[in-house]
Design a protein around this ligand. Structure first.
Ligand code: ATP
Length: 307
């Protein structure tokens, strides 16, 4: 069991007879980044709150670091850092003052702890701005600093990219990757934006209408999504004929009126291009692509797109 930092069995939450988390079986491997991906209202926050004991599950079990949550004493929660919904801070204090209070509450004595945490999320330790004057993105950054300050083994982050500008998203992603790769921190993050997690996660769990539909290793998924060369041609039927007769290609697909997709001999696309042109077929564009991740998720959630 303890190859997982988080494992749940049949985790269920009902509100007033309505099931919002429906028998969820999560497997979050230690030392990896796991993204829980789903549309608004899919049940991401509810799941995270149950993991953190902020709300009580209606049914099911939770294992943290291989230990049943009911036996996972409160004292163990320092192994976890989290940001769920809007992080709460004192409005009339600066970022540094807020973190100082938290550090005292957590019994942390190292002087550089706060400065390191602020530095990591690109907040200025000398900034005199009060928390109430912070933008949403700055609040998110401070929330992350508070979550990582005590160097937890597991980070649970609910939509950490919310409110960040593109640079902020890039910096946060780089920081989370660094934490995972250099310190071995397990990161369980939620998002409703596919692009955000695509370059971040090792494993993706897709949640829709309270159900965890699939858990997938992203590398494996990329391998499965086949590469192909796409030719935009003036006459697909004649082009297909040339492919078969002249190049002995049979693994291809015709898309619409003028696209040919080749799944074999991709590296010979320059010769194929010349061959088509020599046969009087106009070639508008040639490109190499992999099956789009969006298509996979759209198939999975039945037409409800993500992100
Ligand atoms: P978002 O991306 O919008 O944050 P989410 O995937 O985190 O969405 P949840 O916040 O977990 O979704 O909500 C899942 C469902 O549970 C929603 O339909 C929501 O209205 C419902 N819900 C959440 N909290 C409560 C509550 N305290 N009482 C009743 N229903 C609730």
């Amino acid at each position: 069991m303890d190859k997982y930092a988080i494992e749940t069995v049949n985790l269920t939450k009902e509100y007033h007879g309505r099931i919002v988390a429906d028998g969820i079986n999560l497997h979050v491997p230690k030392g990896k980044i796991y993204a829980l991906l789903g549309r608004n209202g899919a049940g991401k926050t509810t799941t995270m709150k149950m993991l953190l004991r902020l709300i009580r599950p209606t049914d099911g079990s939770i294992y943290l670091f291989g230990e049943n949550c009911s036996r996972f004493g409160k004292g163990n929660y320092h192994r976890i850092g989290s940001v769920i919904e809007a992080p709460a801070f004192y409005e009339n204090l600066t970022a540094k003052e807020n973190l100082e209070i938290l550090a005292r509450l957590r019994g942390m004595h190292r002087r550089d702890t706060i400065e390191n945490a602020l530095f990591a999320v690109h907040l200025d330790k000398e900034d005199k701005k009060l928390f109430r004057e912070y933008s949403l993105g700055m609040k998110q950054r401070l929330g992350l600093a508070a979550a990582v300050m005590h160097e937890p083994e597991l980070l649970i982050l609910d939509e950490p990219m919310n409110g960040l500008d593109p640079i902020g998203i890039h910096e946060t992603r780089a920081y989370l990757l660094q934490l995972c790769r250099e310190k071995g921190t397990t990161i369980f993050v939620s998002s409703h934006v596919l692009n955000e997690v695509e370059q971040l996660a090792d494993v993706i769990g897709v949640i829709n209408k309270g159900k965890l539909l699939e858990e997938t290793n992203l590398q494996e998924l990329y391998r499965q999504r086949r590469r192909y060369a796409e030719f935009e041609v003036s006459d697909v039927n004649r082009a297909a004929f040339v492919l078969e007769r002249r190049f002995r290609i049979s693994d291809y697909a015709i898309i619409g009126n003028n696209i040919l997709r080749l799944y074999e001999k991709i590296d010979s696309r320059a010769q194929i291009n010349s061959g088509l042109v020599a046969e009087g077929i106009f070639v508008g564009k040639v490109c190499v692509e992999s099956g789009k991740l969006e298509e996979y998720f759209t198939e999975l959630v039945g037409g409800d797109t993500i992100g």
